[in-house]
Write a protein that binds this ligand. Structure first.
Ligand SMILES: [Zn+2]
Length: 222
């Protein structure tokens, strides 16, 4: 018999040659338990529902649970109270603003110090406040549309579920891929035209049945 030993200590036997396999991962039962616990705790803390494929979400909930555990343990750290509050607020706000399951999956290896360093290095992230538009035909399709205004030029970021019509629209409007096909962007110095482009894009996505996430500060442009 083949004996598999998971990192949680649970074992499984399979028909095969006599050998012992030590797995670095936890067993499927423990994984499911962590996913469910992660979902429950995220809900209690009013963290957003994650977006992604089923398997991404399953893994991401487990990873997010690590971040939540850290958040809840900050009170026990022996550091000055002011520092403690800052850490707590920054970490909480960051978690509140991350809606992408793949983001958590990519950062799964972060240990406590790494998580805190990440949050403090990326204060901007904790300041993004997402709002959503649910279109009437809303199904599981989602899109994140982010409009960044700087003095020189503005950028519109688009990330969303696959949709042929949306793809054609973005193509026509000269959006290009960046970061390993993580985002489609469009840049221009014509702020007025960009605001219109942003508003049209949101309307188009809504018409195609996307659930849309956008930053609260862009509300006045819509
Ligand atoms: Zn187990």
């Amino acid at each position: 018999m083949k004996k598999i030993i998971y990192s949680c200590g649970h074992t499984k036997e399979e028909i095969g040659e006599n050998e012992i396999i030590n797995k670095k991962s936890i067993c499927p039962d423990c994984k499911l338990e962590r996913t469910l616990l992660g979902k429950r705790m995220a809900k209690d803390l009013e963290l957003p529902e994650l977006l992604g494929t089923d398997s991404q979400i399953e893994s991401a909930e487990g990873v997010r649970l690590n971040w939540i555990t850290l958040l809840l343990s900050i009170d026990n750290l022996e550091i000055n109270p002011k520092e403690k509050e800052k850490l707590k607020t920054t970490l909480y706000n960051t978690l509140k603003n991350i809606i992408s399951a793949s983001w958590y999956v990519e950062k799964h290896a972060y240990k406590e110090k790494g998580i805190l360093k990440y949050c403090l290095d990326n204060l901007m992230l904790s300041k993004v406040s997402w709002k959503t538009i649910n279109s009437e035909k809303s199904n599981d399709k989602y899109a994140v549309i982010y409009y960044r205004y700087t003095q020189g030029s503005s950028t519109i970021y688009f990330k969303g579920a696959k949709d042929e019509e949306m793809k054609a629209y973005l193509n026509e409007h000269n959006f290009t891929w960046i970061n390993n096909k993580q985002f489609l962007i469009f840049e221009s110095e014509d702020h007025f035209a960009m605001e219109k482009e942003f508003s049209n894009l949101v309307q188009k996505a809504a018409a195609l049945g996307f659930k849309i996430y956008y930053e609260k500060s862009c509300e006045n442009v819509l």
